[in-house]
Design a protein around this ligand. Structure first.
Ligand SMILES: Cc1ncc(COP(=O)(O)O)c(C=O)c1O
Length: 364
């Protein structure tokens, strides 16, 4: 049920705006496990991991995440945002070369602001452009880092991991992949973009979040033990923020159980994305989304707010993404698909897009 801001009434809407990609947010098994955790541990912890906040549930989850991402070790943060802040602000210093995908998530750019270290951007997912920068600047730097999103949050395209690994190795550079939208979404068993490319264990540092496919809040970084240990003692967003409560840790444990038991959810999500993509292509849209979301670019002559209202009237919850979150000529609806959407739900979405595009394509 959603409160309608226009009428003040609550109404049922069909959700196409949540990153709960695997539909786990209200899964009975997960709810049961969270209730068990509350009964055993209570609801909160009241301190950061460095003090009293490091619990058995956290240690066990770190181990499971490290295994899930085929790395030696993992660290858990209160949010994915803080994981990214930590990666940049803690692992890098002024003498390093930082190369950032121009379309990277805001959390990484905010991390860069914390340290005021100069950085360079390369064109989105463009390995040639990246290598030119490495050739020009690698020798001047002590360490070098490349930052990229595994499945892009807005464009839903995949980072070319095999080529990135190759170029980073060639230039002795760390590859840091933000797999917020790949974890639980791509790869045969939902292990993310490295599994998708059959390159597990080849990416130096993986970041992920619990706020998408794991349907709660929190984030993590997985990588070599010495890097994770360093983050635990020097990452300020880790040190100066309370640890995740048992409720959240139990949620992620239970999500991993479900993913192990029901990997077919990942394929179901893929099938749903493919079904919608095919339907939209038939309507004339050019798109090829690889993740759980579909970017529906709005033509120049369309007023995105009016179109959003039209979807709202039809009972569809859709997120319009406007400038400055994306460039003005790339405003879009970001349609989030879930593995639990039925064919009927998906057909309703296709019919709604056709109707809204026919009605709103001319600016009124
Ligand atoms: C690519 C990417 N990285 C990081 C984050 C931050 O994650 P969290 O919501 O856990 O803070 C997000 C969330 O929108 C994201 O899309």
């Amino acid at each position: 049920m959603v409160k309608d801001p226009f009428t003040g009434q609550t109404r049922e809407m069909l959700m196409f705006g949540s990153n709960n990609y695997l539909g786990l947010a209200d899964h009975p098994y997960i709810k049961e496990k969270v209730i068990e955790a509350i009964e055993q541990f209570g609801v909160g912890i009241g301190g950061p991991p460095m003090l009293n906040g490091y619990t058995r549930l956290m240690r066990e989850l770190e181990d499971r995440l490290a295994e899930f991402k085929c790395t030696e070790s993992a660290i858990i943060f209160p949010t994915g945002y803080q994981a990214n802040l930590s990666l940049v602000s803690c692992l890098t210093e002024r003498s390093d070369l930082l190369l950032v995908d121009e379309a990277h998530h805001a959390s990484l750019f905010d991390g860069l602001k914390m340290i005021e270290t100069p950085y360079l951007t390369y064109r989105h997912n463009d390995v040639e452009d990246l290598e030119e920068l490495l050739i020009a600047h690698r020798d001047e730097a002590r360490d070098a880092f490349v930052f990229v999103e595994g499945v892009h949050s807005m464009d839903s395209d995949l980072a070319p991991i095999p080529e990135l690994v190759k170029v980073c190795r060639k230039h002795s550079t760390y590859l840091v992949v933000d797999d917020a939208h790949g974890t639980g979404v791509v790869g045969k068993t939902g292990r993310g973009v490295a599994e998708h490319f059959d390159m597990e264990g080849e990416v130096d540092i993986m970041m992920g979040t619990f706020s998408k496919a794991f349907a709660t809040v929190g984030g993590f970084v997985a990588g070599p033990s010495h890097i994770i240990a360093y983050l635990k003692f020097y990452a300020r967003p880790y040190m100066f923020s309370a640890a995740l409560p048992p409720t959240v840790l139990a949620t992620v444990h239970a999500c991993l159980d479900i993913l192990e038991r029901e990997p077919e959810r990942v394929q179901q999500l893929r099938d749903n994305v493919d079904y919608i993509s095919e339907g939209l292509r038939t309507q004339g849209f050019e798109l090829n989304p690889q993740g759980g979301s579909i970017p529906l670019l709005v033509p120049r002559e369309m007023n995105i707010r009016k179109a959003a209202y039209a979807f709202h009237e039809l009972g569809l919850f859709m997120n319009p993404i406007e400038w400055p979150a994306v460039p003005y000529d790339k405003q879009r609806f970001r349609i989030s698909i879930m593995s639990t959407h039925t064919r009927e739900d998906l057909d309703r979405l296709l019919a709604a897009v056709e109707y809204v595009w026919a009605r709103e394509s001319v600016r009124k």
